[in-house]
Design a protein around this ligand. Structure first.
Ligand code: ADP
Length: 463
């Protein structure tokens, strides 16, 4: 009995009546508790009334053999027992395999959803619950279109025709409304006979990977554009440097060659040309230095109290030559009274850069308008022109170092550094810069700087 119930045997033949306290039926009951591990039990008995046989089978015996035993009958019953045992073993193994598979599906990291051929959800594993936020109770029985995003019917149609749909990327909605990106594979489910019975889909959350991919692509684009801008900058730099250098070399050679014969007026004009070219070079070097300082975080401001109108007049007087040469009119009321605390040289530089651009990009005979006003505790400076304007998609770009926008295919002089420096200077003062522009209607750059100090009203001393 003990050995039989320890699962040592596959087949046990036991008499109904046994010596001791335990009879054959008690043994059957004990063996029955062993479930899948139990041996096949045949009870041997002289009792052959139907109710007695029923009693034997109910106790858990697999079979019985009437006594006296007939050898041929015993042989046949043992053969039957072997078949039944083999079948039971196969069934147990199949069930174990099914249970293993079910556990793999249930605890897979990928969401696994099965559905009928018309798209009614039949299985919904743990990962599907986590991915979509719907519990299995909520999802099973619903149509798969509850997850929306795809042409569900087309996909089901494909799978119904026996064709899997692999690694399709799609967008899905979670229960909480969040949008996620997933990679989905749809496969047909077939029964043993090969008949199509349903569809399984495996979904993987690829939102993070997609975000990385987009960031990488954007970074790559930005790097490629920065590279292009740098190449353009180097070629324009060499042009910018060569032009004044050529003038300096040319005019100084002329002075050397004709110093004895040259009349004073021509000599004066020639020296002036050398001086202008040298100033242009100096300006370029200053811009480069400024940008290098800004990029290294070493831009130092020297704030002091000054009259706003003085600095504006000063900036205007520096660009007035340039405006005159292009017959560009400078207009605007600049009679703002009062002072502010900031770095006057940098405020002048901001205005100078904006005015230079406005004049440079205006057509001959154009107009540049300067406005200045006090708004609560800020000074608002605006420089506007009437043409050519900047395409909306390029507005952010023009503040990047080395970036130039080629409106109407016209090549422009300049390095693409001016506005990058302006923006940094404005930010360094705790201010902000805004540009509104429309093609063919001009641009208006508005700089708002905190007035600093007490913002007292004082009369301008300038002319
Ligand atoms: P630069 O003037 O040396 O090219 P900036 O940084 O000052 O460099 O300007 C960058 C670009 O912004 C210019 O090349 C031009 O395309 C555009 N831009 C700036 N100001 C104006 C303006 N007032 N009107 C039209 N385009 C402008």
């Amino acid at each position: 009995m003990a050995r039989a119930s320890r699962g040592r045997y596959q087949l046990v033949l036991a008499d109904w009546v046994l010596p001791g306290e335990v009879d054959g039926l008690a043994l059957c009951r004990r063996v029955r508790e062993m479930r899948d591990e139990r041996p096949h039990v045949i009870v041997l008995t002289v009792r052959d009334r139907p109710e007695e046989i029923e009693q034997v089978l109910q106790a858990g015996a697999d079979d019985y053999l009437p006594k006296p035993l007939l050898p041929r009958l015993v042989k046949t019953r043992i053969q039957v027992a072997e078949w039944q045992l083999a079948e039971r073993l196969a069934r147990v193994e199949a069930e174990a395999a099914r249970a293993r598979l079910a556990s793999v599906v249930e605890f897979s990291d990928d969401a696994i959803v099965t559905m009928t051929l018309d798209g009614t959800i039949t299985d919904w594993n743990c990962a599907a619950e986590a991915l979509f936020g719907h519990s299995a109770e909520e999802a099973v029985g619903q149509h798969v279109s509850m997850l929306d995003g795809d042409p569900v019917e087309e996909i089901l149609d494909c799978v119904r025709r026996g064709m899997p749909v692999r690694h399709m990327e799609a967008v899905r909605h979670r229960k909480d409304g969040e949008i996620i990106e997933v990679s989905v594979t749809f496969s047909p489910i077939r029964d043993r006979a090969g008949k199509l019975t349903g569809v399984s889909s495996i979904l993987r959350d690829i939102s993070e990977a997609k975000r990385h991919e987009r960031e990488l692509r954007a970074a790559w684009k930005a790097a490629a554009r920065a590279n292009q801008a740098k190449t353009a900058f180097l070629s324009s730099m060499s042009h910018e440097v060569r032009t004044p250098l050529n003038a300096i070399v040319g005019f100084s050679d002329l002075l050397l060659a004709e110093r004895d014969s040259m009349d004073p007026a021509t000599m004066h004009g020639t020296i002036e040309n050398v001086s202008v070219a040298a100033s242009d070079l100096l300006k370029l070097a200053d811009e480069m230095l400024d940008l290098a300082r800004i990029e290294a975080g070493r831009l130092a401001l020297h704030p002091e109290e000054f009259l706003v109108a003085d600095v504006i007049r000063n900036a205007i007087s520096i660009v007035s030559h340039q405006a005159l040469r292009k017959e560009v009119r400078l207009v605007g009321p600049i009679a703002l009274e009062g002072d502010m605390v900031a770095d006057p040289a940098r405020v002048r530089q901001i205005l100078f850069n904006l005015l230079t651009n406005a004049i440079k990009f205006s057509p001959v005979g154009g107009e540049v308008r300067i406005d200045v006003e006090r708004a609560s505790d800020a000074i608002v400076l605006a420089v506007g022109d009437l043409d050519p304007g900047i395409p909306a998609e390029d507005i952010e770009r023009i503040f990047q170092p080395f970036e130039q926008v080629n409106v109407g295919g016209r090549a422009r002089e300049g390095t693409g550094l001016g506005l990058a420096i302006v923006r940094e200077l404005v930010h360094a003062h705790g201010g902000r810069i805004h540009v509104s522009s429309a093609l063919g209607q001009g641009s208006r750059f508005v700089v708002t700087l905190p007035q600093g100090g007490r913002g007292e009203t004082r009369r301008s001393t300038g002319p």
